[in-house]
Design a protein around this ligand. Structure first.
Ligand SMILES: [Zn+2]
Ligand SMILES: [Zn+2]
Length: 504
């Protein structure tokens, strides 16, 4: 009950038009009651099923008799089945079978029956249906035992008993195998394996409904993500304009917004240890932090054009929408997990293990969706504006003014290169290419990169140029006077001063 309540409360946080696409937890819960009732009313015990199915040993294929709960078909048409495989020649099974034969007419079992459907090869199909089914249409190879109508009636009446005996035998056999585990199994005599399959009608209904809901959810996700992608493309082209180098001041504002956005790590951390996609709660916290930082830096009022302001609003809205989408998905995923757990607990069956696999391979649930949309944001939007750290000279760590591309392809600013050459350096400090520094000349200037930097980092380059000039001037003074200045004196010289040059 707790989860049903939680689902109700949390659904308030997602848009009302999405709410009908949440898994109908309560309705499914009602169906589970029917599933359990059906199993019990057909004379099978849910607790016995639970005991036999819910064991790791159930996966041991060599163990006979064995029981399996599985799904056939492809979504949205999957059918749950219970399957028994047993050795019809095995003495214990023989005993059960002959006991059943002798029961025949004397104890015409008035208990509920399993409806015989058909036999294919060595497999008999039964249904848990309460309504009598029409006689089997295509019987591929009828089993000897069930050819005569009398025996057929007897057989279908006693199948419940057979199934129960098989359940008990399965448990016994498993205990025996467990006790004798260390002994390597001898080569088994040829087994006369037979299979008995029971189709579960109410269980079928339950999964039909669940699949239908998942299908609806998948449709909503498709539509929403298409729209989302469209919105991002739209925003991309708007941002390319509002943050272009011709809008110099807004370009800087946008750079600051994206830099804060990347720092906020809303959906995913940058560190290797923090790559996991954030929970909804954490994403919300990070988003709040982002908004706070934006407010602190007063960015919205700094944005110059109305187009910029509106693009900014859409950028925030898309991120918020992504968190909501993630929340919706998470609610559905939790609802599915919980309802399957409940199903298994009440029915004794084991859908929690096999069902999620079926839906995940069919993309009904795509946990990657939010992740994918987030990478669209980072790839398309945040890359519109280059960040200075991506173009920093590895020596002075500022934007590489007059970028020199060494023969090893690493880029340094010309000042840093000249300094390195003066110190007699030969090799590239980044890759240790032996002659890259020594052989670099003015011809290595990367003009394309220089133009690009000029366009996107006019402010940084202005600062860098001024610094370079000062540094150069100090060096000239030192060269002229032959004096070495102290750090403090250099700092003072570095201060912009009102007075004219006093060296002369
Ligand atoms: Zn540099
Ligand atoms: Zn290099």
């Amino acid at each position: 009950m707790k989860f049903a309540k939680q689902l109700e409360t949390e659904s308030e946080e997602i848009p009302s038009e999405w709410r009908p696409y949440l898994i109908q937890y309560k309705a499914l819960k009602k169906l589970i009651t029917k599933v359990a009732e059906e199993i019990e009313s057909r004379g099978l015990s849910t607790s016995l099923l639970h005991e036999v199915l819910d064991e790791e040993a159930a996966e041991d294929d060599d163990c006979v008799p064995r029981i399996r709960y599985y799904f056939t078909g492809e979504p949205p048409n999957v059918k749950p089945n219970i399957e028994f495989t047993y050795d019809s020649e095995e003495p214990k099974v023989q005993k059960v079978l002959s006991k059943l034969m002798s029961l025949q007419s004397t104890q015409e079992i008035e208990r509920p029956k399993l409806e015989f459907r058909k036999s294919v090869n060595n497999t008999d199909f039964f249904s848990l249906s309460s309504a009598p089914l029409s006689p089997p249409l295509s019987v591929v190879s009828e089993d000897q035992v069930i050819t005569s109508p009398g025996i057929r009636t007897q057989r279908k009446n006693s199948t419940v008993t057979l199934v129960k005996e098989l359940l008990n035998l399965t448990l016994e056999e498993r205990d025996r195998v467990k006790d004798t585990e260390p002994i390597v199994q001898e080569i088994q005599p040829q087994k006369h394996l037979k299979t008995l399959v029971i189709e579960l009608e109410q269980d079928d209904e339950f999964f039909k409904m669940l699949l239908e809901e998942l299908n609806q959810a998948a449709l909503l996700q498709d539509v929403t993500s298409q729209k989302f992608k469209h919105d991002i493309s739209d925003l991309e082209s708007r941002m390319t304009k509002v943050a272009s180098p011709t809008q110099k001041s807004d370009m800087y504002n946008w750079r600051q917004i994206f830099s804060l956005y990347m720092d906020a790590q809303i959906f995913q951390g940058h560190a290797e240890s923090d790559r996991e996609f954030r929970t909804v709660e954490r994403a919300r916290q990070q988003m709040e932090w982002f908004i706070e930082q934006l407010e602190k830096s007063n960015i919205l009022t700094k944005l110059k054009t109305p187009e910029s302001k509106s693009a900014f609003k859409q950028f925030i809205a898309l991120n918020t929408e992504l968190i909501t989408m993630k929340h919706y998905q998470m609610l559905n995923q939790t609802a599915m997990r919980k309802i399957l757990k409940k199903h298994d607990k009440r029915s004794g069956l084991t859908a929690s293990q096999s069902f999620p696999e079926i839906v995940s391979t069919n993309h009904l649930f795509s946990p990657e969706l939010a992740h994918m949309l987030y990478s669209t944001i980072t790839n398309k939007l945040t890359t519109i504006i280059p960040q200075p750290e991506d173009y920093a000279c590895p020596v002075c760590m500022s934007v590489a003014w007059r970028p020199i591309r060494l023969s090893c392809n690493h880029v340094f600013c010309v000042r840093c290169l000249i300094k390195a050459q003066k110190k007699g350096m030969n090799s590239c400090p980044l890759c240790r290419h032996p002659t890259a520094v020594r052989t670099a000349t003015a011809l290595n200037l990367d003009e394309g990169l220089q133009n690009f930097l000029k366009m996107y980092f006019p402010q940084e380059i202005k600062d860098k140029k001024r610094d370079n000039e000062r540094e150069q001037a100090i060096e000239d003074v030192q060269a002229m006077t032959g004096k070495k200045y102290t750090e403090e004196q250099l700092m003072r010289m570095n201060q912009p001063s009102d007075s004219k040059c006093t060296i002369m």
